[in-house]
Design a protein around this ligand. Sequence first.
Ligand code: PLP
Length: 362
Amino acid sequence: MSNRAYNFNAGPAALPLEVLQQAQEQFVDFNGAGMSIMEMSHRSAAYEQVHNEAQALLRELFAIPDNYRVLFLQGGASTQFGMLPMNLLTAGRAAAYAISGNWANKAVKEAKLIGETIVAASSEGDGYRRTPALTDIIVPEHAAYVHITSNETIEGTQYQAFPDTGSVPLVADMSSDILSRPVDVSKFGVIYAGAQKNLGPSGVTLVIIREDLAAESPKSLPSMLRYDTHIKNNSLYNTPPSFAIYMVNLMLKWIRSSGGVDAIAQANQAKTALVYDTIDNSGGFYTGFALPVSRSRMNITFRIHNEELEKLFVKESEQQGFVGLKGHRDVGGLRASTYNAVPLESCQALAQFMADFQRRNG
Ligand SMILES: *Cc1c(COP(=O)(O)O)cnc(C)c1O
């Protein structure tokens, strides 16, 4: 299809063309049911198959151990910022947060409404151009959990390795890098992610939780805000976002047919290397925002020394079929989001465009 944009949107973001086409084929009549998946009962066998298969695919692709549960919730990662401490930050305890940028700050802000928080580490002194060094992360012995943001979508930084928090559960917001690389899930107590960057469309939020951690939620918590409600009901306590989960199912099959998470990680490495190399070989025309130790394989943030040129870059890129290259207003400059579904060809075209732009304006 020749009219597909070079889509570098930060979220919602690109989906594989094959996934969109498959959804299109099944849109009006799902597997001969005479109706779309959206029109079906969430208690029907046909829907439950899609739901359970999506869970099973996640377990397989992300190697999720048996003592973890996979939940499909609503409200986005932003709801998890509050729901997590509501369930885990129980009386008399504190939760530790590693502050790495914009999203980590949003997460801790919500936790403060629920209970006591501790700054486990912060990279604010480095202008959030890197994630906190693992050796700087304090793990208070009696902490309810330590929270990290594995990839800071706005600053374009990403943890290259994770802290060892011993018996204190490690919690990660992986909204912008879930399934982009292999992760040892057993090192985490909870992993959560909105789907709309790496997993599918907006409307569904993935939570992977170690079973025992859902056992001590305060009795006063409303049913919908309790992890144990969703565990007991297989994420079917109320009507789930069935169409979004169906899209996640297709996206997971696409990841599997692309060779799984290891192959996706290699592809992400190759895709981003094209753009980072262009930045590094530009003789200072382009400068990366993130420090090389923390460069993200999902969001590439960069600047041009002159703001007028940045505006021109965005304008010309749009004329040439690129979408989403303007940086977030908090950081400024330019950003290319290269999530799992962004094809290598888009990154090749971007590297080419960047080199041409420099030639004409350098
Ligand atoms: C996009 C994003 C969020 C917010 O997700 P919503 O689903 O919109 O609530 C949270 N954390 C990170 C790291 C993100 O990239």
